[in-house]
Design a protein around this ligand. Sequence first.
Ligand code: ACM
Ligand code: ZN
Length: 541
Amino acid sequence: MKRFFLFTLISLICTGISMQAQNFNLVPVPAKMKTNPGQFTINESTKIVLTANTPEMQNAVAVFNGLLRQAAGYRLPIAAAPVAANAIVCKLNPAISNAEGYKLSVQKNLIQLEAQTPQGIFYGMQTLRQLLPYQIERPFLSNVAWTIPCVEIEDAPRFVHRGLMLDVCRHFMPKEFVLKFIDMLAYHKMNTFHWHLTEDQGWRIEIKKYPKLTEVGSVRYRTLEGRYSSPASRKWDNTPYGGFYTQNDIKDVIAYAQKRFITIIPEIEMPGHAVAALTAYPEFSCTGGPFEVEGLWGVFNDIYCPKDETFAFLENVLTEVAELFPSKYIHIGGDEAPKTRWHRCAHCQALMKKEGLKDEHELQSYFIKRIEKFVASKGKRIIGWDEILEGGLAPDATVMSWRGEQGGIDAAKQNHDVIMSPNTYVYLDYYQSDPKKEPLGIGGYLPLWKVYSYNPMPAALTPEEAKHILGVQGNLWTEYMPNSNQVEYMAFPRGAAVAETGWSPQEKKNYPDFKERMIQQFKRYDGIGWNYSKAILTEEE
Ligand code: ACM
Ligand code: ZN
C-alpha cells in the first residue's frame, strides 16, 4: 500500500514536471494555460480575420505572417468578414482588463485571439509563433506541417516595463543589428528598448544644431586593448573607432520598433559620462579642456559645468531628442558623475552659494531638477540612474535602480516610480559561466539561474509603494563586447530570463522548467540566426 502510494506520488510528480516542461516551451511562460487534445493546421487557405482592420491591427499580425511567408512560402490573406473555420480570428475586446493581455483559444478548426489592444493581439501572435514547429524561424523548408496544439491561454504581463538596455557607445552597433535586437525583444514579449546613445567614448546620435557632436564626438583615436590595467601596462589599439546614427536612421529604427509594439527610451547622459560631447564643445566643461574622446573605460572627472550656456546646449539637444522619439520618457543618465571639477570650479561654487546648495550632491540635484523642468515643458518625463536620489530627487523623476535594489526601494518609499535593473541580478555584461571559459568580460558572475531567480518586487515595500515598481530591465554595457555577435552571446538566454521575470506571475516561475524550455528554444534561436550562450548545456549548477 505504502509502495503503491509512493509510486502514485512519484508518477504524479513526474507527470507534473513533464506537463510543465512541456508548456510547449513557451518563453515567457503564460499566466494560465490549459492544453487540449488535437491541433489546428495552417494551410494556404487559412485566413487571418481582423475585426478591426486598422494599421495597428495589421502590424499586430505582420511579423507572424512575414515568418510564415519565409518558412512556408505563403502569407495568410487578411479578411474582415467573419469566417467560421480555418481562420485565426483576431478581435479587440474591451473586457480584457490588461492593456497588454490576450486570450487565445486554439481549436481544431479555428483560432480565436482576443485582446483589449492591438499590442495584446501582437503578443498573442507571438505565442502562436512559438507554438508552431521551430522551423517557422527558418527559411523555406518543405514537408513541415504547420500545426498549433489546441490550447486555451489567458495571459497578461506582471509588469508594464520589460526591457533591455543596449550601450552603443563603448562599441557602436550598426542599425541593422539594432533592428535584430528589437526583433529579439519582441520575440520575448518585451516592450522597451533603452538605447544608451552618449558616453565618454562616443556620441552616437546626430544633433542638427551641434554637428561637432558627431563630427568630433563620435570618433575616438584609440581604444584600450584587453583587460583594464594600470596605466603603465595598458595596451592600445590605435585604429580610430567611430560610428553614429543619423536622425533618419533613428526614425527608421523607431518605425520598426513601433510595428513591434516596442517603445524606445533614448538616453542622453548628464552631467557625467560626457567626455565625447566636451571634446566637441569644451566650453561646456568647468576647465575649458581640451579633451579627447576617451579610449579607456571607466568614470571620468570632466563633466558638464552647470552654466547657463551648458543648459542652453543640453536643452537644444533634448529638444531634438524629444521631437524624434515618441516615448514619454527621456533617460538623462545621472550616474557616476564625480564632483571633483565642480568642487574646484569658481562658477560651480558661486552657483551653489547663490542657490543655497550645501554640497555638490545638491548641485547635481539642482542640475537634474532644472533639466526635468525643461523635459516636462516638452510633455515628457525623465528617468535617471539611482544616483539622482543623492541631494534630493527631482519631483517627477523615475529611478532606474542599478547599484543593487536599495535605490529602487528608497525611491518607491518616496512615491517615485522605479525600474529595477540591479547589477546584482540583471547586468548582462557580467560573466555567465566560469570566467576561465568565457571571452574577456568586465567581471561579476551572473549565470542564467541567478538572473532567473530575481524577483523585481522588493519585500520591503508596502502594497501602495509596490505600485511604483514598473518593471525590470537587463543592461548590456559593451566595453567588452566589441561586436554584435558578442552582444547576442551575452544577451541570451539571460535576456529571456529577464523577459519571463517581467512577464510571468512569480508563482509560475520555476528554474528547472525554464531551463528545459530554453534548451528547446535554442532551436528557434538557431533558426533566427541569433548567437547565444550554450553554458547551460554543460555547466553544473
Ligand atoms: C551604470 O551601470 N553606470 C548605470
Ligand atoms: Zn563648473
